[in-house]
Design a protein around this ligand. Structure first.
Ligand SMILES: [Zn+2]
Length: 281
């Protein structure tokens, strides 16, 4: 009887928390923004990028707020966190500026995560400026044998903390990358890659309209979108670019080993352990 009561109380608390905590973390990037197609456009201080990205973020903020999100947190995730300004992000959004640790604030228990302006992983075709974390440093990234980039690894991180990725906006290849692992998620393609530096892009107004509608829809589907979870031991293999060839004399922590002149393997008992090793490299 007492045990049943405790279980019931715990369940009520959990549902009260879920209702009270209507928060979404927006992870932003540059290469998947409508109208961004050339490398020099991705310079964080480029006013055109700042305007285009802010426009897309504010569209998502409107959609999420209209649908019922009460806390909207935007992380300036592109190149040194220097693109966004609190002057141009609309209420009620909060802006996170700066580098984040391996957990990326996810331990705060967001209800959901969204990607805005996201590019596809490295080595994808017809994908605008596709890369995995660093086009200068990383040639290829594998997680449990599958090629991955920011989308798959950060979705797994969110999933570890029970948050589903409910929305991704970016080029068509990036939307395909998310739907391959979370078919229930809402995706908004704002441009089609026709080459690494070539695209057919929506105009900014159309992109904003579609992103606002996508955010609204995604929040409504929140309970139907499962967190992306990877169970069991996880292995991440990073192949560096030639210009970032690691030193053969580097002293590596336990769980990390060199398996080739440019290839390093990270292994842990579960996703978070391996991820923490890789993110702290
Ligand atoms: Zn990126």
């Amino acid at each position: 009887m007492l045990r049943n009561l405790l279980v019931l109380t715990a369940a009520l608390c959990a549902s009260a928390f879920a209702q009270a905590n209507k928060s979404v973390l927006l992870i932003t990037d540059a290469e998947g923004v409508a109208g961004i197609c050339r490398q020099e456009q991705t310079e964080p201080t480029n006013p055109e990028l700042q305007k285009l990205l802010s426009n897309e973020i504010n569209a998502a903020v409107r959609g999420f707020q209209r649908a019922g999100a009460t806390e909207i947190v935007v992380w300036d995730g592109h190149d040194g966190s220097r693109t966004l300004s609190a002057l141009t992000i609309n209420a009620p959004a909060k802006l996170v500026i700066g580098a984040l640790g391996p957990r990326m604030l996810m331990e705060r228990g967001f209800s959901a995560v969204a990607f805005i302006g996201q590019h596809a992983r490295a080595n994808r075709e017809r994908a605008v400026m596709a890369h995995s974390y660093s086009s200068l440093g990383i040639q290829k990234l594998l997680m449990n044998g599958k090629e991955v980039g920011e989308i798959e690894t950060r979705a797994a991180l969110a999933g570890w903390f029970k948050a589903p990725v409910i929305l991704l906006t970016g080029d068509r290849a990036a939307t395909d990358d998310l739907r391959a692992i979370v078919p229930q998620a809402v995706t908004v393609s704002v441009k089609e890659g026709v080459g690494y530096y070539a695209c057919i892009s929506d105009n900014a107004a159309t992109a904003a309209t579609n992103i606002e509608a996508g955010a609204y829809e995604a929040w409504g589907k929140l309970s139907q979108i499962p967190p992306y979870r990877i169970d069991g031991p996880v292995e991440i293999i990073q192949e560096s670019t030639t210009r970032s060839t690691p030193s053969p004399d580097a002293v590596l922590p336990s769980g990390v080993e060199r398996i080739g002149p440019r290839t390093t393997r990270f292994r842990g008992k579960d996703f978070l352990e391996t991820w923490t090793l890789w993110a702290g490299r």
